[in-house]
Design a protein around this ligand. Sequence first.
Ligand code: RIB
Length: 328
Amino acid sequence: MVTLHDVAKFSGTSVGTVSRVLNGSPHVSEVARLRVLRAIDELNFTPNRAAQSLRTSRTTLAGLIVPDITNSFFGALARALARELWAHDYGLILADTAESLEKQTEALDALGKRGVDGLFLVPTTSTRDIANPLNIPLVTLDRTLADLPGVTSDNRQGTSLAVSYLHGWGHRRIATIVGPTTCSTAAERLEGYATTTRALGIYSRSLIREGPFSYAFGKQAMEELLDEPTRPTAVIASNDSQAIGALHACAGRGLRVPQDISICGFDGSELASHLSPSLTSVKQPISTMATHGARLMLELIETGTAGSGAVLLTDLTIGESCSVPPSH
Ligand code: RIB
């Protein structure tokens, strides 16, 4: 088994320095700290939990692992969580998995070895369960996983809201572009859409397209929907990236939004509000999600037991991208 002495020898430092690095002490030079961290990685050193439990001070660092750092939803979530944790003297280390299960496993391992006190995880769309050998306190945000405490939006309520809003405008052929239903947020958004359209008597399987939470898929799916024998008069995308792709597919066909077709997104991102036309979108309560998540984590760190998670109501940010169906 790799010991503190091995790490000290490999990194050319001392056992005391290695301990200080593991405890997050500020009294370590940056050069020494990096050499110790490299040795920990190279030797695959895993601190003995018993030795760690002797650690008098916590690192007061938490990790946040997100599936797509280029998506403004996760940027806004990271900013809100960092602000919330800083108010409790905790720092935040961010890792991006690019929706890769392998990168997610690496990130969980690397952050755990760096002694974070807790880990927030937005699972990739293909995550089924999580290996947590260091037994680091773990909380999910946005996307949920069975048996883990977490905070998420009420995704079913969100798409139900969007369907009812469009139905109120007079739409009866409402399509949806949905993310990968292997992940909770997409599956729940599709459920909310299906339940509400069925209750209104306007459900049709041909009006559903499933694929990545991406601009490219939103554009592709809208092209397919526009080629349907009977074109939908409104489309609900399951995130704003897909909705922007759908908008551009319409523009490419010379179709005006909302005059010729209405489009609603999901996330309520700031970017969506700056588009022309501005995007109507289901707004996720990101700040509240961060507050609940931070509270859940700090309780888990302090007491070892997790409180109940939270499912947070969404609301609709009204923009200019929805109106009466063209037949009206
Ligand atoms: O935009 C990315 C989507 O994946 C967001 O809607 C968020 O809820 C996540 O699940």
